[in-house]
Design a protein around this ligand. Sequence first.
Ligand code: TYC
Length: 101
Amino acid sequence: MSPTTTLPKTEAKPRTERPKLWKVILLNDDFTPRDFVVTVLRRVFRMTEAEALGVMLTAHRRGACVVAVFTREVAETKCAQGNDAGRQAGYPLAFTAERED
Ligand code: TYC
């Protein structure tokens, strides 16, 4: 084989890139009752009472709080579940998903 011969590349490049992560953010509003927010956080995000209370109070005091981080599809599903729960009860409860940089 001459030194300039190019060998066919047969080996696959290992591709183990980390999936991009999305933050789910809870937004404060003036209408949704605190205990309803806690109930939704517990149900949708499987939080303990203490965890849900902490997240709810942070959103209440600061305007927003990161709830948790997921892959895009899971984050969007959880946002939709939380927003639907609020809408069905007549509250403007809002979750949004944002890409982590
Ligand atoms: N601010 C609401 C109230 O005083 C409670 C609340 C907290 C609503 C957090 C939404 O994301 C929220 N009833």
